[in-house]
Design a protein around this ligand. Structure first.
Ligand code: AMP
Length: 373
């Protein structure tokens, strides 16, 4: 089934990823209905209709499902029950099964290990009593991560001793966690891909990612890794999508350590590390999400120019605001802001892409522009 331009598309979640999906969908002539309780949500501002209700609100789900030909999500914490309810009315992608696996770190890590994909050493922690064995298993230092609702380094603590592990577990409210061995990272890379109903995959070029305080700071494309490592990352991402029977856009984040890849996380949606595609690829990850959702042929993922993507966090909103002049004066830089009013430290407010045929030059310019903000 194909949803043609002019049709209604639904979206669970109204953050910046939803906003960019909405813009892509409307550019292609679709109408968009967004479900998000936040009255000023970035995607709601762009949508034809914004349903301001909770993700479990039965009446809102009914309205979304009956108005739209197809519904997708922009965040992994969408309740699986809501996806199942929607699937009674319309096409839903990604499916509840895949989302249920990746939205919980303990399910995700166990599924990866059982499926034969390398990860950092990990142990599941359901109660304080599990911590000693977990620490003995993965070794110190380690990272304790809440199984659900953690993001951008939140719900994570580095621990060296059993006392620190206990204190962190209590601070997280005794909820299920994963304890991960701390990996000496050479690099981090990610792959964004789309998979259609027939199992065809379109993979974007591998991004090299630098994080600060657990939050993505910069993506560099093409990643500065060997061709064979890049190919391995793409092969693994495709194999994960196949094994999940995934339909839609997803991202796989990897650690590189000792020249080997370990899967860190899977995101059942477009990803911050794929924002470079907005300006540097023939098709961007949000158009691709529209295409996969609507059953259209997947777009060309070719890279048109080396690119460096830089996140703009709320920290830049100091006394006299960010200084946009230098950035806007540069014709090779593309600015994207998400329409968020409140700028808090660590909050993703926007990003910019620096395009240059010479990647080292793009990196220098990106750093200079970030400092100038
Ligand atoms: P996550 O939210 O799990 O993706 O973690 C955010 C960032 O923290 C990652 O992108 C890494 O930079 C760092 N990190 C997470 N887990 C580990 C680990 N096991 N070893 C080393 N660094 C990690």
């Amino acid at each position: 089934m194909i949803v043609a331009p002019g049709g209604w598309l639904g979206l669970l979640g109204g953050g910046q990823l939803g906003r960019m999906f909405t813009i892509a969908a409307r550019t292609m002539g679709y109408k968009v209905m967004v479900l998000d309780p936040d009255v000023s949500s970035p995607a709601g501002q762009m949508a034809d209709v914004h349903l301001k209700a909770d993700y479990t609100d039965a009446a809102a789900l009914q309205q979304l499902g009956s108005a739209c030909a197809a519904v997708t999500t922009e965040f992994e914490n969408v309740p699986a029950a809501s996806l199942i309810a929607l699937a009674q009315h319309c096409r839903v992608s990604p499916g509840a099964d895949a989302v249920a696996i990746v939205q919980d770190r303990s399910h995700e890590k166990s599924w990866l290990a059982q499926s034969g994909f390398a990860t950092a050493p990990f142990a599941l922690v359901y109660s304080e009593g599990d911590l000693d064995a977990a620490l003995a298993d993965v070794g110190a230092p380690a990272l304790l991560k809440v199984a659900r609702f953690g993001y951008d380094g939140k719900g994570q603590a580095r621990v060296n001793t059993r006392e620190e592990a206990r204190a962190a577990f209590r601070e997280f409210g005794d909820q299920p966690c994963v304890l991960e061995g701390f990996v000496q990272l050479e690099r981090e890379v990610s792959v964004v891909l789309a998979r259609d109903d027939a199992g065809q995959c379109a993979l974007f070029p591998v991004a090299e990612n630098r994080h600060e305080n657990g939050i993505l700071d910069v993506s560099i494309v093409p990643a500065r890794v060997s061709d064979s490592l890049a190919e391995q990352a793409r092969d693994m991402a495709r194999a994960i999508a196949d094994k999940l029977g995934y339909v839609g856009v997803m991202a796989v984040e990897f650690f590189v350590a000792d020249g080997r890849l370990m899967v860190n996380e899977i995101a059942p949606r477009p990803h911050n590390s794929g924002h470079y595609t907005l300006d540097a690829c023939v098709t961007d990850q949000f158009e691709q999400q529209v295409r996969a959702l609507c059953g259209l042929p997947l777009g060309d993922t070719r890279l048109l120019s080396p690119v460096v993507m830089v996140n703009i966090l709320g920290d830049r909103w100091h006394d006299d605001g960010p200084h946009w002049d230098a950035l806007l004066a540069n014709p090779a830089i593309k600015l994207h802001l998400y329409g968020k009013e409140a700028a808090r430290p660590g909050r993703k407010m926007g990003h910019f892409n620096v395009l240059d045929a010479d990647l080292p030059r793009a990196l220098v310019l990106a750093a200079r522009m970030r400092d100038a903000l």
